[in-house]
Design a protein around this ligand. Structure first.
Ligand SMILES: [Fe+2]
Ligand SMILES: [Fe+2]
Length: 136
């Protein structure tokens, strides 16, 4: 795989992380319940760290981080919808990182992506645990 293609994939991931960061920051302010709000805020910070790691890999390879995110979907104004949207976002990330890890042949990149993948799996678990408690 050539460097240009690696940069393209890293930018696909970078944009996904921008979207997660912005959706979770917004939702953490909208959610009135303390625990899911705090968890969402903490995970937003993780997603911004992922942006930083990916931007570092992109710039080191001569690329520029892309800011072309799609229109954001927040999951509406109730906690259930928001948590379902956040879980869907984590699932998308997990699938994307698995695909990228299987196809990229750059050890440094794969090492970072594996670390991020582990965190996305933990995020999904955290959101699922909060979803289970909704309405109880
Ligand atoms: Fe992330
Ligand atoms: Fe995540």
């Amino acid at each position: 795989m050539d460097t240009e293609e690696i940069i393209r994939l890293l930018n696909e991931a970078f944009v996904h992380e921008i979207e997660a960061t912005m959706v979770y920051v917004r939702n953490s302010f909208i959610i009135p319940q303390c625990d899911p709000s705090r968890v969402t805020e903490a995970i937003a910070v993780d997603e911004m760290r992922h942006m930083n790691w990916l931007a570092d890999l992109i710039v080191k390879r001569g690329g520029k981080p892309s800011m072309e995110h799609k229109e954001l979907e927040f999951g509406g104004d109730d906690l259930r919808g928001q948590l379902e949207m956040q879980i869907a976002h984590e699932t998308e990330a997990i699938e994307m990182y698995k695909r990228q890890i299987a196809s990229i042949d750059d050890a440094e990149v794969v090492g970072v992506l594996k670390h991020i993948l582990d965190e996305e799996k933990r995020h999904r678990k955290e959101f699922r645990a909060r979803l289970e408690r909704v309405g109880k």
